[in-house]
Design a binder for this molecule. Structure first.
Ligand SMILES: Cc1cc2nc3c(=O)[nH]c(=O)nc-3n(C[C@H](O)[C@H](O)[C@H](O)COP(=O)(O)O)c2cc1C
Length: 209
């Protein structure tokens, strides 16, 4: 284990998903003291502008047309961000559920960095081939209850874990361990219990990494 990328998707100081992600990082560090930890907080990160220059660069790439110098520079900036993803042995994603999906800044990261030739290659005959090679732990925090039989069963209402799993698969990562914290809005006792259980799970997962 050489490199961990910890993607932080919550802007809250008391974020549950962030706390559990950091617990996991600390545990992995104990087992692998030389591991490098790259923290990508989507709320403070300065993403490359996703403007018309980038769009033209993307379509030039897709159509096999030579990129202009400005487009090459814009495309290279995306490459630097993508390298943080492809060079990680372990990606930890800490994400809240917002409106049954993920926060828009995390989606912004995904829309910016998920580019042909940087995170995946696409061939009409063979489909997507991801360029990331690591494994992932997905820490998903949610306010309410997603059990079968609840008002919001996961099969119908989850666009958080399912979306993040799909993204990880698209970029090449299928070894994904989820840690789910639910009912965090049901009082301080429910919140503490969910965090305690998730920490215990993080400790077990760290032993396998
Ligand atoms: C804008 C916003 C939208 C939310 N939408 C949902 C939701 O759709 N379903 C849910 O279970 N909880 C929802 N919540 C509650 C959060 O998922 C919950 O507070 C969780 O702890 C946030 O993760 P964090 O502690 O890592 O910030 C929402 C919270 C916010 C701020």
């Amino acid at each position: 284990m050489n490199r961990i990328l910890h993607i932080i998707g919550s802007p809250r100081a008391n974020s549950a998903s962030r706390e559990i992600g950091e617990t996991l990082v600390d545990r992995v560090r104990k087992r692998h003291p030389n591991v490098q930890v790259d923290v990508l907080d989507v709320w403070s990160a300065d993403f490359p502008a996703f403007d018309e220059e980038i769009m033209n660069a993307k379509y030039a790439d897709l159509l096999g047309v030579e990129q202009t110098l400005a487009q090459k520079e814009a495309w290279a900036a995306i490459g630097l961000l993508a390298a943080r993803v492809t060079s990680a042995d372990l990606i930890i994603v800490s994400t809240p559920m917002w409106n049954f999906g993920i926060p828009y800044r995390l989606k912004m990261l995904i829309d910016t960095v998920t580019q042909n030739g940087h995170l995946f290659r696409f061939d009409p005959a063979t489909g997507f081939t991801g360029m990331a090679t690591g494994r992932a732990v997905l820490v998903c925090a949610r306010g309410i209850n997603f059990a079968t039989g609840s008002h919001t069963p996961e099969a119908e209402f989850d666009f958080q874990k399912s979306y993040m799993r799909m993204w990880l698969k698209m970029i090449g990562i299928t070894d994904v361990e989820p840690i789910i914290l639910e009912q965090l809005l049901f009082g301080s006792e429910a919140d503490s219990n969910a965090r305690l259980a998730a920490k215990a799970q993080a400790h077990v997962i760290a032993e396998r990494l």
